[in-house]
Design a protein around this ligand. Structure first.
Ligand SMILES: Cc1cc2nc3c(=O)[nH]c(=O)nc-3n(C[C@H](O)[C@H](O)[C@H](O)COP(=O)(O)O)c2cc1C
Length: 176
């Protein structure tokens, strides 16, 4: 069976992006999905001086290894000031020091959500433009707007959004 990893680009314990990837991962058929949490891969803030003195921390190696063993990736990015959250950018930077093609060419369902009407579109756009240079194979993308209005008790309650999300999930499944 194909192995999928799912995680949010957030360290919030109430992360709405984690709620979205968790829900999405239950909808993917015919694959074994593991939901990961960036809090389990704590890292120092990336800096060239730190790297020269201490090397690359084990947690960056560990997370990259997990990506390299996966047949597919579901990622939902939190948007902070129109860009990646610090915790995501940090692990991304660390992993890029080990392997510039860190996404490993496996199919990725790339998502973002926020409480606002734009649903993290800015960070989604940044990732969409950048990941293909780094082994990213984004087969489907999804921006989920106004999370708190459209997602309740673990489910998508807006029918149109649910239909669109199902289309993205199906495209991802078919590419595995
Ligand atoms: C420092 C900071 C900056 C933020 N900037 C944005 C933003 O640019 N666009 C947006 O839609 N939401 C923004 N938000 C709100 C986040 O979308 C919201 O906190 C969301 O819950 C983050 O996702 P998470 O729950 O998965 O961590 C910001 C929040 C913080 C704390």
């Amino acid at each position: 069976m194909k192995k999928i990893i799912a995680f949010a680009g957030s360290s919030s314990k109430n992360s709405i992006n984690k709620q979205l990837v968790t829900y999405t991962s239950t909808q993917v058929l015919g694959a074994e999905t593991t939901v990961l949490d960036l809090n389990d891969y704590e890292l120092p803030v990336y800096g060239i001086d730190y790297e020269e003195v201490h090397g690359i921390p084990d947690n960056a190696k560990k997370f990259l290894k997990t990506i390299q063993l996966a047949d597919g990736i579901i990622l939902s990015l939190a948007e902070h000031n129109g860009a990646y959250s610090t915790v995501f950018k940090n692990i991304f930077d660390w992993m890029s020091r080990i392997d510039g093609k860190l996404w490993n060419g496996v199919p990725m369902l790339l998502m973002a959500t926020s409480p606002g009407a734009r649903g993290g579109s800015s960070v989604l756009e940044i990732a969409k433009n950048r990941f293909p240079f780094m082994g990213g194979n984004i087969v489907a993308e999804f921006s989920f707007p106004s999370f708190n209005d459209n997602f309740k008790e673990g489910n998508v309650i807006n029918e149109n959004l649910n239909d669109d999300l199902n289309i993205a999930i199906k495209t991802f499944e078919d590419s595995l």
